[in-house]
Design a protein around this ligand. Structure first.
Ligand code: ADP
Length: 414
């Protein structure tokens, strides 16, 4: 690799890798100046490595004699140290200077070698670390790709199976309906009851299949939401009306309180109906016989809204309402607080005798959450006072009507 010294090079002694060039040059230069000599270091092939002192000046006073000493490091000859001098210097004096230079040179070379080895070790460790991280990244990427592929397969499978199951089931339900209506001849009471049970179980199965199909569509991003101006009160009335016969059979009551405000949102009627059908169905399902389920809707200021109803005194006289809040309250067993975060997960069910008794796939709330979020809204669960569960859906009001929602608070109150 260019620019990077290999680990092995650091252990091959050479002037270039061992010497701290600047320190070496400075030392040789000052020695040459001090003693008015020429000091030179040559590489083993004879190339000059350092030349300091009189012989290197623009008008050299060429030395008349040289004293030299090979530089051997770690048993390897790595160069030649030479000291050049004029006739005025005694041999003994030059030998002494040479010995001194040699000593300091050894120290510098030793220090340089240590630094080179330390740097090479650090570099090798880093490179090994990077290599391992790269391998781990590659393994992670492959595992992620594998999981994604499995997930796609699961979604495709869920979608195909749900779709294929729905078609024959629709026929079963249709023929059941015709039998109940007496199209194929009048049924005896017991026969009618049996066919009715077949229909009810079939409807339940259809609900589960639809839930799986919706989940598959949501997961694959193919579920579409067509939003438009939508008045919520008629939608909520129609949801309540659908459940009235069912509630009556269980001696349960359904109450609807939508007040007098114009509750208009920007939503998909079919999908929002599905959300409230699901919440009311659950509320009735988990409430004991004889109890009441309440559906309430009103305008709120969602910026102030923190899951608690806003008290009158918290609001200024002029209020810009920006959302509609729908509450579905029941007086059933309630949902333990530590389960509130998980009940919106797909296939999650609170493990209670109530849930086991009522069956279900645990998909309804997960789908509701995704649908409400697709409307830029949110859904939370609270404890109902004094008993039961309260699901709160908050949906932004229809955008062009924002101005109309700003009204004097109290103008509708006596
Ligand atoms: P399921 O088809 O099982 O009803 P949901 O997603 O609609 O699936 O609900 C998930 C779980 O949340 C239910 O199994 C039940 O344990 C709990 N749950 C939902 N609504 C209520 C409610 N109104 N009262 C008590 N528990 C509820």
């Amino acid at each position: 690799m260019t620019g990077v010294r290999s680990f092995d090079d650091a252990f091959l002694p050479s002037l270039r890798t061992l010497g701290d060039d600047d320190a070496l040059r400075e030392f040789l230069q000052s020695t040459a100046d001090l003693h008015r000599l020429t000091v030179a270091i040559d590489e083993p092939d004879g190339k000059s490595f350092v030349l300091a002192g009189e012989a290197s000046t623009p008008n050299p006073m060429a030395p008349t004699s040289w004293v030299g000493d090979p530089i051997v490091y770690d048993g390897v000859n790595i160069g030649l140290l030479r000291v050049g001098h004029g006739p005025d210097r005694s041999e003994a004096e030059v030998e002494r200077i040479l010995a001194h230079v040699r000593l300091v040179l050894d120290l510098l070379l030793h220090h340089g070698h240590r630094s080179a080895v330390a740097a090479a070790l650090q570099e090798a460790t880093m490179r090994e670390h990077v290599r391992q991280v790269t391998i781990q990244n590659e393994e992670l990427r492959a595992a992620y790709e594998h999981v994604r592929q499995l997930d796609r397969l699961k979604i495709d499978f869920l979608g195909t199976v749900s779709h294929e199951l729905r078609t024959p089931l629709t026929s079963i339900l249709g023929y059941g309906e015709m039998l109940v209506q007496g199209v194929a001849g009048e049924l005896q009471t017991e026969q009618r009851e049996f066919v009715q049970t077949i229909r009810e179980k079939g409807e339940h199965l259809l609900q589960l299949i639809n839930g799986m199909l919706d989940t598959a569509k949501l997961e694959s991003g193919t579920l579409e939401v067509h939003r438009a101006q939508l008045l919520l009160p008629p939608l909520l009335e129609s949801v309540a009306a659908t459940f009235v016969p069912h509630a009556r059979r269980r001696t349960q009551r359904l109450e609807l309180d939508v007040g007098t405000d114009v509750l208009e949102v920007f939503g998909d009627g079919v999908r929002l109906r599905q959300v409230f059908m699901n919440l009311v169905d659950n509320a009735l399902k988990f409430s004991p016989k004889g109890e009441t389920v309440r559906l309430e809707a009103r305008l709120v200021v969602s910026a102030l809204y923190d899951g608690q109803p806003i008290g009158d005194d918290e609001l200024s006289p002029t209020v810009a309402y920006d959302a509609v809040e729908v509450r579905v309250r029941d007086r059933g067993p309630g949902i333990p607080l530590d389960e509130h975060g998980r009940i919106f997960d797909p296939f999650y069910q609170v493990d209670s005798s109530q849930t086991r008794k009522h069956q279900g796939a645990g998909l309804g709330l997960a789908i509701c959450k995704r649908l409400v979020e697709a409307h830029d809204g949110r859904i939370v669960v609270e404890a109902n006072d004094p008993q039961g569960t309260c699901f709160v859906v908050t949906l932004p009001i229809a955008p062009p009507d924002r101005e109309r929602r700003t009204r004097l608070r109290g103008s509708l109150r006596p």
